[in-house]
Design a protein around this ligand. Structure first.
Ligand code: GLP
Length: 251
């Protein structure tokens, strides 16, 4: 069944002049011709998921990569094709030590790019920072919501997902992280391009939290991410490239 649907999908993507390949693991790599088509493909897929399972529980990331995805989702919502009224969301990560409503927070980012423009009910969006949802309590909150049906992730140029930085060992549960200088630099866009203003610590879903999702989609845009995507999808599974752990996920 898998092989048949695989070849159907290949035929479809061939018509779209895209490339779908399967690595030695269960990871499927879909290469689309432009950043916009890739972002819109993900937005369309999420909208379809919302239509099939309106009470879906989503894991959501931030980052510049996701801005066109959320823009696409907002447009689909405006066209009546993405209804968030029964959805629940859990963001992957959030900086610590920021006052509530700080414009550099991921909560502010999510409001700006998605939440203020769709019908997600108040209280249905969760972040791993508020006092009530510290650390592994966040994982229990996710479990009580039924677990993540789908987790969308971006990738840092050093292979991080969420804020799980390259290390000798990774943490399974939601935890506090000290951010690498490179990661603070890549988040400087939220702080007027001043890396020194980016908080030094954050809370992040752990690798186990992400891997427990029933499906995981990683989106990377642009040539600068090509090398790390190759390493993550076809290289060794190692804590030095946290995204490579996704090779152990069946979906
Ligand atoms: C941050 C986020 C990650 C995101 C990464 C990539 O560090 N915590 O979730 O994947 O940035 O960001 P960008 O999409 O801007 O390259």
């Amino acid at each position: 069944r898998k092989a048949r649907s695989g070849s159907r999908r290949r035929r479809h993507w061939e018509r779209c002049s895209c490339r779908l390949t399967r690595t030695d693991s269960d990871v499927q790599v879909l290469v689309l011709p432009t950043p916009d088509t890739a972002a819109l493909a993900v937005a369309g897929f999420l909208a379809q998921t919302l239509r099939r399972a309106p009470d879906v529980v989503l894991g959501l990331p931030t980052g510049r990569t996701m801005i066109p995805v959320y823009r696409g989702l907002v447009r689909l919502h405006e066209s009546g094709l993405a209804d968030f009224s029964r959805a629940t969301t859990f963001n992957l990560d959030e900086f610590t030590g920021l006052p509530p409503g700080h414009p550099g927070s991921f909560r502010a980012y999510m409001r700006q790019h998605l939440f203020d423009h769709v019908n997600l009910p108040r209280g249905a969006a969760h972040f791993p920072r508020s006092a009530r949802t510290k650390g592994s309590a966040y994982d229990r909150l996710i479990e009580r919501a039924g677990g993540l049906d789908m987790c969308l992730v971006g990738i840092g140029r050093n292979g991080h997902i969420g804020f799980n930085e390259p290390a000798s060992a990774l943490t399974a549960e939601t935890h506090r992280v000290k951010l690498k200088a490179a990661t603070r630099r890549s988040n400087a866009y939220l702080y007027g391009d001043r890396p020194e203003k980016v908080p030094k610590f954050a809370m992040s879903m752990g690798i186990g939290t992400i891997l427990r999702a029933r499906a995981v989609i990683l989106l990377a845009l642009g040539a600068a991410k090509a090398e790390i995507v190759r390493a993550a999808t076809t290289g060794p599974v190692t804590a030095r490239v946290p995204a490579s752990l996704l090779q152990t996920h069946p979906n």
